[in-house]
Design a protein around this ligand. Sequence first.
Ligand SMILES: C[S@@+](CC[C@H](N)C(=O)[O-])C[C@H]1O[C@@H](n2cnc3c(N)ncnc32)[C@H](O)[C@@H]1O
Length: 312
Amino acid sequence: MKFKHQPVLVKEVLQYLSPKANENFIDCTFGAGGHAKEILRLTAPAGKLLGIDLDPEAIKAAKENLKNFRNRIVLVNDNYKNLKEIIYDTGFNKINGILLDLGISSYELQDQTRGFSFKVSAFLDMRFGNGKKTAADVVNHYKEEELAKIFKEYGEERYSRQIAREIVLSRKKNKINTTDQLVSLIEKVYKNKPKPHKIHVATKIFQALRIEVNDELNNLKKILPVSLEILEKEGRLVVISFHSLEDRIVKHFFRQEAKDCICPPESLECRCQHKARLRILTKKVVMAGKEEIISNPRSRSAKLRAALKINV
Ligand SMILES: C[S@@+](CC[C@H](N)C(=O)[O-])C[C@H]1O[C@@H](n2cnc3c(N)ncnc32)[C@H](O)[C@@H]1O
């Protein structure tokens, strides 16, 4: 299977990252390199790009897909949460912009060995890289309350408790190892209940498991302050998220870092000495237009926020 992925919001990413000749960028979620290729075109002749991806398949494919940019690209197979160590090891510096296009690529979603999709029969793996815990480990070993909590918090699933119960009852008889087994348990719970609007009944549970397996929200919380720290003054940070949990983290971080004082509202005088470190470039979240949604349905849930680093 070819590592293919149609990037979302490309025009908007370029508008806010605003790459210029000879500037350096980091793409923390390199994927199939769609955004990276466009950035590299605009930073010729000498601008460099550091591409990071947790998925070894993405890095392998990138060596072929972006071979024309070989001299200006550094590829690293790692978790972006380790960005500080990565730039130390690679000596990558003078960073003018950082892109995070969160979540999953179409390649990963369709890969029959990964178990990310409820539409594809596969082992319940769901790891982006080679972490220790798979989704099968989570559904077979977590306590019922832990499963319910994950489904509620990471999936915002209405029937989180009932689905957790069903999983625990079923795994007493047989281990739950495949996407099909999990989907039929979720369908059983939903049998006489109102179905969610526009999405499959398994969507939220699969999302919740993926977030848990890859610790996605904590990775995002770690990378945002590091990104800001390593950017040059006037450097740009662009984040595309695909669900409200991630978007909330980005929105909150941007708002906090855009303020000079973050003392509680009841404080009579400022004690925090916090100084604004960024200026928000997107007053409202940016979303795909109708045309893009038709040509790339995945863009429907994409939410882009951008900021500019001020004060060093
Ligand atoms: C939506 S895709 C990015 C697509 C890319 N912008 C393109 O144009 O092809 C997200 C990518 O992030 C990677 N990823 C997810 N979590 C990661 C993490 N913590 N560290 C590094 N890469 C991660 C996934 O493996 C996937 O390839």
